[in-house]
Design a protein around this ligand. Structure first.
Ligand SMILES: *[C@@H]1O[C@H](CO)[C@@H](O)[C@H](O)[C@H]1NC(C)=O
Length: 1000
């Protein structure tokens, strides 16, 4: 079939024909003009719709036909010689009135939506040289009247719905002029109607692919000795390969005969004569013979095929025997496809001398022996498919040299040995499939860390052992990972939650133990998860049930325990998914129900209540500011408009479909029950847009319910859609919306309850907090790293780019192990724009949002807001970076940026900057005193911590630079914070540092 390169070649040809035509039409055409005009108006009447300006100036008063869009007239006679309305979204039928344009030489109506039949009247436009009706919806027979177009040079009727036999008048009558015939991609039937006496002597291009033509290639085609392109692919043609015909076409460049029923010579046993016939075709570039019935061996004279040959397809035939070494003579070959034949023997090492090879398919044969190490010498190799053979031995180290390799398929062989770590040097690899072999040993971190893997990693059905390497979490683009049926042991790393593009994960049939990390359920696109037949234990993470994308799920034959409710994503699952876990119980159909609860649950609830009372500020949600005018709201780039349109579109389309927009259902009634009727004692916070209540659902899920003030919550359906957009923005460091509850007069967001409250709480009322004592430095660095990761995801990786706009300690919540989750991003999308200014009524002092009366509204809270916002700049990622910088400095200094006790009204970052770099000591000492890690006291550690504090101050100052463009971006910040966190959390490094300092 045609590739792009050839398509553009058509363009050239077409242009050439057009130029030729317009200059040679010299007919005197008095009176013709008004006839042309009448024909065009009739034609126009047949068009029911079109794209904007497609028929510009048509029938406008006082404008000559020759000025109408798409029309070209003869210089002298002013008769219409060309009508080109290609690709203008015209809909309707082609009017027979076109035949009235007697001087027309070029008619191009391709790439529109014309329906109905081709009007036979076109056959009377006898001067027509170029006719293109391709890419429309035309149906029925090709009218035999077109055979009257004896001057036709170029005809393209491809990609329509034309049917029936090709009328024999066509080819025969055109015989002296036609150079280009394209009838491809229709449903034409019957034989190629080329009678012996018909000689298409000028024909250079014949494209008939994708039809239903039958019979043999007619011998008369041999008269077309100028043929360059012959594409008969995908028909039902039969007979021996037509070598007597082809022999007469020495100019052939592209010969496509794939997907037919051709056979080889001597009773389908001999390919040699055919290859012989092509040997002298010095122009031949591509030879496609795939998917026929060809039998025989690959003849030795394959090496005599033309030197220019760049593509050779012989796949899906019945070719047997070995691959002859002579093949290496084809030094220009970039693509070799011999897959799905009956080839045996070894892969000839000579193959590796074909230096230009880019794609090699030898799969589904019976090749044996080892992988030639010399394959690594193919500098351009991008795809290597040797799957489904009987290859043995190990994967050669030399594959590391394949720097262009994108796809490597070695599955279903007998490969043994280990995966060479050097494979990790193939930094362009997108697919790696080594499944169904006997490969053993560890999965090397170098290979697991191949960030380039975009599509899938399949190592299933081997003998791999050891732990799943943490490096696997670097595959943040990979769609599917299959490590099933190996001997992998240890825990499933929770870091797999970083593979955010992952849709399919199969870890089944290994010996993995420990819990199933909740981060897996939070993977935003996860569709199928199979961890069956391992030794996993513990409760199933709630995140799985809450996942809106998960469709297939199997945890069978493990030791999971606890209660499984059939709610949320589990509502469609059956017992099948949970078999062989004796300790699981719950409401899944046919599952053992859980025993009734005993009342001593009290203690737990009481302790939760206590901890909640102790953090009065928890869940006080500070909102990005309200917009005052819709217009301004739109400009406010909470969501970058330009990146957003695709998702909006998807949103619109998907909105009706439950599957796409699935949310676990929670009724108003359930929320009432969970919060004790929204009673005062459940109230844990209140912000500008409503109240936050804590609650416990029947299945014991602890939730925070954010009830939006009905006067502010958007009444329209867009509320749900916005929630969905936010829900798709998922990351382990971003607060997730479990679901929403939306009735006309009640809108609420249901969020997980964070047991450790907000960072605000820990910073400013540490003694009363649920954790004992203030946070120490290691914890704070980890929290800052989490926050940076979350915001970096919002800025750079989420499906819809989000600017947080209001980053501050009260918007950072901490879960049970003090992982930080950023909350309240993008929430202003959920709140209706109010025309009146009454919103300010809800402006609590706490949320102190800055509004500028001139530019409408700005987002952010006083103290954290970037200075450029005051100058009328709109919310931006740089603004978030600024707020993050303030946050870092706040944590170090312990000073709230909102009530800065500094003289001259300077801000926190200005104050810190005034101490930099020589007067930092008091700040450092103070920070260390406040956040010192308990227990350990040693000089070297102190030194280390001082260093960290200095680095944090520097980062804070960098982020709070006045010029937004000189601030680092959030990815850089996250990287830097990650480095600091790593530095602090790896005790070995601390030890080394300690040791080295003591020695010196
Ligand atoms: C064949 O034509 C159909 C429309 O009839 C089009 O959608 C399809 O893309 C065409 N196929 C190719 C390979 O161009």
């Amino acid at each position: 079939m045609l590739n792009i390169y050839k398509q553009s070649f058509f363009g050239f040809l077409w242009l050439f024909v057009v130029l030729l035509e317009v200059s040679s039409a010299e007919e005197d055409a008095n009176g013709v003009i008004s006839k042309d005009r009448a024909s065009l108006l009739s034609f126009m009447a047949g068009i029911v719709s079109h794209s904007e300006r497609a028929l510009d100036k048509w029938n406008a008063s006082g404008i000559h036909v020759c000025e109408w869009s798409g029309i070209q007239c003869h210089n002298v006679s002013r008769a219409v010689v060309k009508l080109d309305l290609s690709g203008r979204s015209l809909r309707g039928t082609i009017s027979p009135a076109l035949s009235g344009m007697s001087s027309l030489a070029v008619l191009d109506l391709s790439r529109n939506f014309f329906e109905g039949q081709i009007p036979p009247e076109i056959g009377s436009v006898v001067g027509l040289k170029l006719l293109s009706l391709a890419w429309n919806l035309l149906e029925g027979e090709i009218p035999s009247e077109l055979g009257s177009l004896r001057q036709l040079i170029y005809i393209d009727l491809g990609s329509n719905r034309l049917s029936d036999n090709i009328p024999s008048e066509l080819f025969c009558n055109w015989s002296n002029s036609i150079q280009y015939i394209d009838l491809s991609n229709n449903t034409l039937t019957g034989k190629l109607p080329l009678r012996d006496e018909c000689k298409l002597k000028e024909l250079k291009y014949l494209l008939l692919w994708s039809n239903r033509l039958t019979g043999q290639v007619p011998p008369a085609l041999g008269n077309s000795s100028k043929l360059k392109w012959l594409d008969l692919e995908s028909n039902f043609l039969t007979g021996e390969l037509p070598l007597d015909i082809l022999r007469k076409m020495p100019y052939l460049q592209f010969l496509y005969l794939s997907y037919n029923g051709f056979t080889s010579h001597d009773g389908n046993t001999n390919l040699e004569p055919f290859f012989d016939a092509l040997a002298n075709f010095s122009h031949l570039q591509e030879l496609e013979l795939g998917a026929n019935n060809l039998g025989g061996v690959i003849p030795l004279n394959i090496g005599d095929l033309p030197k220019n040959l760049s593509q050779l397809h012989l796949a899906e035939n019945h070719i047997y025997g070995t691959i002859p070494t002579q093949i290496s003579n084809l030094t220009s070959l970039t693509l070799l496809n011999l897959s799905s034949n009956l080839l045996n023997g070894t892969i000839p090492i000579e193959l590796c001398q074909m230096e230009r090879l880019e794609r090699v398919y030898l799969s589904n044969n019976s090749l044996s022996g080892e992988l030639p190490s010399a394959l690594g010498d193919l500098p351009h190799l991008g795809l290597l498919d040797l799957s489904r053979n009987q290859l043995s031995g190990s994967i050669p180290d030399s594959f590391a040299n394949l720097s262009q390799l994108r796809r490597l398929f070695l599955y279903k062989n007998n490969l043994s040995g280990t995966i060479p770590p050097s494979l990790g040097k193939c930094v362009n690899l997108e697919i790696l499939d080594l499944s169904h072999n006997q490969i053993s040993g560890l999965l090397p971190g170098e290979v697991a860390g191949l960030r380039s893997l975009k599509l899938y990693l399949n190592l299933s059905s081997n003998h791999l052992q050891g732990a799943i390497p943490l490096e696997l979490s670097k595959m943040d683009m990979v769609l599917a990972i299959d490590l099933s049926l190996n001997n992998l042991s240890g825990k499933i790393p929770s870091q797999l939650g970083s593979c955010i593009a992952l849709e399919h994960l199969n870890l089944s049939s290994n010996i993995l133990e420990g819990p199933l990390p909740s981060s897996i359920g939070q993977l935003p696109y996860l569709k199928s998860l199979d961890v069956s037949s391992n030794h996993l234990a513990g409760a199933l993470p709630l995140s799985l049930q809450a996942s809106p994308t998960l469709r297939q799920f199997n945890v069978s034959f493990n030791n999971f325990s606890g209660n499984v409710s059939s709610k949320g994503g589990f509502s469609t699952l059956t017992l099948e998914s949970f078999l062989g876990n004796p300790e699981l119980c719950g409401s899944i159909k046919d599952m053992r129900p859980c025993p009734r609860k005993k009342r001593h649950g009290h203690v737990l609830i009481l302790s939760i209540l206590l901890s909640l009372v102790a953090m009065p500020l928890f869940c006080i949600f500070g909102y990005p500011a309200l917009t005052l005018k819709t217009r301004i709201k739109r400009q406010l780039s909470i969501f970058h408009e330009d990146n957003n349109s695709g998702d909006e579109e998807q949103g619109r389309k998907g909105f009706k479909s439950k599957r796409y927009y699935y949310l676990p259902k929670i009724s108003h009634r359930q929320l009432l029950e969970a919060t004790g009727g929204f009673r005062q004692s459940s109230l844990i916070g209140s912000g500008r847009f409503g109240q936050v209540y804590k609650g416990v659902l029947q299945d014991e899920t602890r939730i925070a319910v954010k009830v939006l003030d009905p006067r502010l919550a958007d009444i329209s359906e867009s509320f749900k859609r916005e929630c969905q957009v936010l829900r798709r923005t998922r990351h382990r460091n971003l607060m997730r919306i479990i679901t929403i509850c939306s009735k006309p007069d009640f809108k609420a967001l249901v969020l997980p309850l964070m047991p450790n409250g907000s960072l605000e709480n820990h910073l400013y009322s540490p003694t009363g907090g649920p954790t004992s004592g203030p946070l120490h430095l290691t914890q704070l660095v980890s929290i800052l790293s989490d926050v940076a990761e979350g915001v970096a995801y919002l800025h750079h990786h989420s499906p819809v780019r989000v600017v947080h706009c209001d980053l501050k300690p009260s918007n950072i919540l901490l879960d049970e192990d003090l992982t930080a989750l950023v909350t309240d991003f993008g929430i202003s999308r959920l709140v209706k724009n109010s025309d009146d200014q009454s919103n300010n009524v809800y402006n609590s002092a706490y949320d102190s949002v800055s509004c500028s009366s001139t530019d409408g509204l700005l987002c952010g809270s006083v103290g954290y807001i970037a200075p450029e916002y005051g100058m009328g700049k709109r919310a931006s990622p740089e603004g978030d970076v600024f707020s993050f910088g303030v946050l870092v400095l706040e944590i170090i200094t312990g000073i709230r940026p909102t009530n800065v006790p500094f003289s001259g009204g300077s801000s926190l970052h200005e104050w810190v900057k005034s101490h930099y770099p020589y007067n930092l000591d008091p700040i450092i000492e103070e920070a260390l005193a406040r956040h010192r890690c308990p227990g350990i006291q040693s000089e070297p550690l102190n030194e280390l911590w001082r260093e960290i504090v200095v680095e944090l101050i520097e980062l804070g100052l960098m982020c709070t630079q006045y010029n937004p463009s000189t601030r680092p971006n959030m990815s850089d910040v996250a990287l830097e914070m990650g480095r600091l966190k790593q530095y602090l959390s790896s005790p070995s490094e601390v030890m080394i540092l300690e040791a080295s300092t003591t020695k010196s």
